[in-house]
Ligand binder design. Sequence first.
Ligand SMILES: [Zn+2]
Length: 133
Amino acid sequence: MLFNQYCVYCGDFATSKDHVRARSLSYLSVVVPACHDCNCRILRDYNVSDVRRRRALVLSMLVKRHEAMMKEFPEWTEEELQELSGTLRRHVQVLLNQRAVLEARIEFAKFAQLSPKQQKEAKLCLTSDRPTE
Ligand SMILES: [Zn+2]
């Protein structure tokens, strides 16, 4: 992990640096922090030379990928979970934790795809949903 840096594409911890060719001066490159998944798997096969467009590409692919992966993780109610015995219950709990991580990553990717104005409106909705003290 690069100290205190996050992937500019997906928001996960950065573990590598992506060298993006500068649009105006093709012999120069811009170096941005990126996670291994975005840098070496998702963007490897695409010749997109703009950080914004690379980010939009990653976010749309992550939403599709994570939503497909969610189908592998069935939902469990707390009552169903309580009916399971030790080892099986711990196994299902691990799957539920992984499902929660996927849900959070989908939410992040969808939010990051919004325009700044839409993000502001979404934040206002979240704030107004909170109970007042
Ligand atoms: Zn990433």
